[in-house]
Design a protein around this ligand. Sequence first.
Ligand code: M6R
Length: 595
Amino acid sequence: MCGIVGYVGCKEAQPILVNCLKRLEYRGYDSCGLALLGDGLQVYKDAVRIGELEKVLPPNGGRVGIGHTRWATHGRPSKVNAHPHVDCRGELAVVHNGIISNFLALRERLVSEGHHFSSETDTEVLPHLIEKYYRGNLEEAVRRALQDVEGSYAIAVIHRKNNGELIAARHESPLLIGLGDGENFLASDAPALVEYTDRVVYLEDGDLVVMHGEGLKISNQGREVVRKEHHLEWTAKDVGKAGYEHFMLKEIHEQPGVIEEMVGECVSTIEPAVNLEVSIDRTVDGILLLACGTSYYAAMVGQQVLEEVARLPVRVELASEFSYSRTVVGRTLAIAISQSGETADTNRALKKARELGCRTMAITNVRDSTVTRIAEQSFYTKAGPEISVAATKSFTAQLIAFYLIALSLAEVDAGTFRRLTQELRLLPSKVQRVLDSEKVIAGYGRRLSGYESVFYVARGISYPVALEGALKIKEIAYIHAEGYAAGELKHGPFALLREKFPVVALIFRDDTYEAMLSTIKEIKARESPVLALAEEGDQEIAKYVDYVLPLPQTDRLFAPVVTSVALQLLAYFAARSRGCPIDTPRNLAKSVTVE
Ligand code: M6R
């Protein structure tokens, strides 16, 4: 977790670093800080958001600086634990994303050697180690210090005596360099840099960089290396709010465009075919899907789609649990699903699958993210940058990825194939119709905001959508919510139902309809208010529930897309009524880079 940034060049560093940090706040925002080389080394930090710190920053003409936005792992969110961290003399400063796993032993050793620590963080061992090895050459001191360190890191270091220079290094935490004219930038993720440059270099594990305004040198294991320059596809417009009050609302509204682009690129309009950049070996015995959070729910939908359309056996595992399982895999294709590509649990699970002999693939929204370095091949969803912590368009894009993969491996007759691809092409307009009913959904959201708990229930392919709907409202509106397979309610959760406990029911006229109706009747008998998300034209449902939100009809397989967009809006408006910080919910961060 955490985001780091750096600047060295011909301009004033402070406003650039502040701006870059604002773009990285989705990685954590419980405290932040800057270190600048102007008249000596100045450090400004506090347990506030960057927008707050900005208000109290004194002018600083320094042209070299580093910055950090934190999601606490070691040490509570506080001013002393905020980065940058400095050495005993306050001459050098370090920002760090990752975890130094041997920090306790290093700290003990450094303390016994006379170093003074002021924070509870693992990071603070770094400035003291660098101080210990510093003899005027900062690059060498950092290189030597990192030899003592175990764990993961992306770091940036500056030193009072080396003005005009910034040293950076990475090992298992993302880091990229932005190339400018007479200036260079550093960031944990591309959205931080899009306003300044579209030329970037992604660093590899073990890379150590010496950056100046006029150039940079990358080395790995002491040998100079050249890393390929990439062109950023995302622009400043993509990372702005485009007039929306929140990134989340903007991202929800971008979904028809995302689907259209993904489907348009892969589904041929000339012949009935789906063409992907990845090539999947159909002769594997089965597919293993690994993911966390919202991506896990996308995988649960993906499982059903792949099994039904591609007729392949599919298992879904929570990546955070997979590491501990004594699982047996055959000739399996393991697919990690991760919007950010940086989720530590997911990456670790994929590594384990690789070690077990699985073929590997990633479905991710971020090019060159860590997961793409673990997987043999990657399917890129085209959702564009997602800034709000709550996943919305990236979830839909993952669902579309599964439809496309399943159709590319389809074991269905030509008529079914044509019907499914046609239906896929119609999805953007159906999602747009859900967005058009925003005002109605906002009303239901406001109503829900008055409750403390809510159940989301569904059956079949909509069950994972119920789980995702519950996660969304929990995450951004702080309403206790649980998703249930409708048939499970009677095995315990029924005990909670009463007038003050609403239920959101997802009901579609497929083979689950009658069973869902029975559940709804049972719920109503316990006096819970019920909001049903049902298909347009379903005349029956209104007889049994309190409120109905009609949704466009679609093939059963694609219902999760339409429904989840409605549930995203429901959560969004509930959160807005409650005055929650929608894009940056408490205690969360977008990329969870710790296990
Ligand atoms: O980047 P990933 O898709 O790997 O992230 C996994 C989860 O952390 C993520 O989906 C999380 O649950 C979202 N904040 C939910 O909105």
